[in-house]
Design a protein around this ligand. Structure first.
Ligand code: ADP
Ligand code: 5GP
Length: 193
């Protein structure tokens, strides 16, 4: 068995959070990466659990010292995946990063340090299903719904860069497919890459 880095991407509302939660519940040998951000903590968020909350200066220092596997700016705040945290966790477990297609592309460039990095894209069975999941979650305004759906095609167009594309139609089936991928990949040696 080899601890691996798995990147899970896919459009908002496709079920990434739901699936990742199930995977973590059922496999104690898996953990989730904690990102750094410069945004303020929301109510209930705990330092080091949802995010490592940093000042802009602290974040910049980490960029300068090369401690991000990838980073990006969203809504005027910075977000990034800390390399040292991921490396530390990898000593013990396989680790999941839930990040977008641009971040995934950056992460994939670190295979020299991490061994094989497995990119998995979750897709909906169709656009109507995606839309109804987003609406059903109750998290979107008409505006954010439109923006999120507009991004889907762009994300989907990147699917060739992914090692696996998993359709989240039936939740149980999608979960089992992901568990099989994880099992297969953790049993696979780097020398066959
Ligand atoms: P994401 O993390 O990708 O934004 P979520 O995990 O929040 O998506 O899922 C969006 C909504 O869709 C949630 O309300 C969730 O319960 C629902 N959902 C996820 N997977 C399925 C599925 N296979 N079938 C039906 N509903 C689902
Ligand atoms: P929120 O502030 O709502 O928690 O997250 C805002 C956005 O930042 C989301 O789209 C989320 O996916 C993205 N994000 C969170 N962590 C990271 C990260 O480590 N890297 C990148 N590139 N984006 C992130």
């Amino acid at each position: 068995m080899k601890n691996r880095l798995f990147v899970i991407s896919g459009p908002a509302g496709v079920g990434k959070g739901t699936l990742v939660k199930l995977l973590l519940q059922e496999d104690p040998a898996l953990t989730l990466s904690v990102s750094c951000t410069t945004r303020a903590p929301r109510k209930g968020e705990v330092q080091g659990r949802e995010y490592f909350f940093l000042t802009k200066e602290g974040f910049q220092d980490r960029i300068d010292s090369g401690d991000f596997l990838e980073w990006d700016e969203h809504f005027g705040n910075f977000y990034g995946t800390p390399k040292s945290f991921v490396l530390e966790q990898l000593e013990e477990k396989s680790i999941i990063l839930e990040i977008d297609v641009a971040g995934a592309r950056q992460v994939k460039q670190h295979e020299a340090d991490f061994g094989r990095i497995v990119l998995i894209m979750i897709v909906p069975p169709d656009m109507e299903t995606l839309k109804s999941r987003l609406v059903g979650r109750g998290s979107e305004t008409e505006e954010t719904l439109k923006n999120r759906l507009a991004r889907v095609e762009y994300e989907y167009a990147q699917k060739d860069k992914y090692d696996y594309v998993v359709v989240n139609d039936n939740l149980e089936e999608a979960k089992r497919t992901l568990q099989n991928i994880i099992l297969q990949e953790t049993n696979r040696g780097d020398k066959h890459d």
